[in-house]
Write a new protein. Structure first.
Length: 133
């Protein structure tokens, strides 16, 4: 008999974007701890070009949710990705986490169409150390 601690894993297709590998691993661990297993983690590019094949592959994978760790120094690429995702895959939930105390990050993410991670997954990520304080 196998016993499992924590909530059962949900069958939810999630893609994580973060600049650093360690950040992607931490967010993946936070999702697993929240009962969402099997998230795909990808590097947040330094520049967004909608014509690159990786973005069309992402659409073909049809994630139900995308979680983006906003880089505070240069969030514009993340904002462009969010805007593109909302236009190309409006059924996909786009959430952001990160140092959201900076007003320009909050306003930029909301204008691009993301849901802020102050509740739900963002809180789980923060509690599991996936988001820098």
């Amino acid at each position: 008999r196998i016993e499992r601690n924590g909530p059962p894993a949900m069958a939810l297709k999630v893609t994580i974007f973060a600049a650093e590998e360690a950040e992607r691993q931490h967010l993946g661990a936070a999702l697993t701890a929240a009962g969402v297993g099997g998230a795909k983690a990808l590097a947040l590019p330094t520049a967004f070009r909608a014509t690159e094949p990786q973005w069309h592959q992402l659409l073909q994978q049809a994630p139900e949710a995308v979680l983006i760790l906003l880089p505070p120094a240069n969030p514009e690429t993340a904002f462009e990705l969010i805007t593109w995702l909302r236009a190309q895959a409006p059924q996909t939930h786009v959430m952001v986490v990160g140092p959201l105390e900076l007003p320009r990050l909050i306003v930029g993410a909301m204008r691009a169409g993301a849901v802020l991670g102050a509740k739900g997954m963002g809180r789980v990520a923060e509690e599991n150390g996936a988001v820098p304080a």
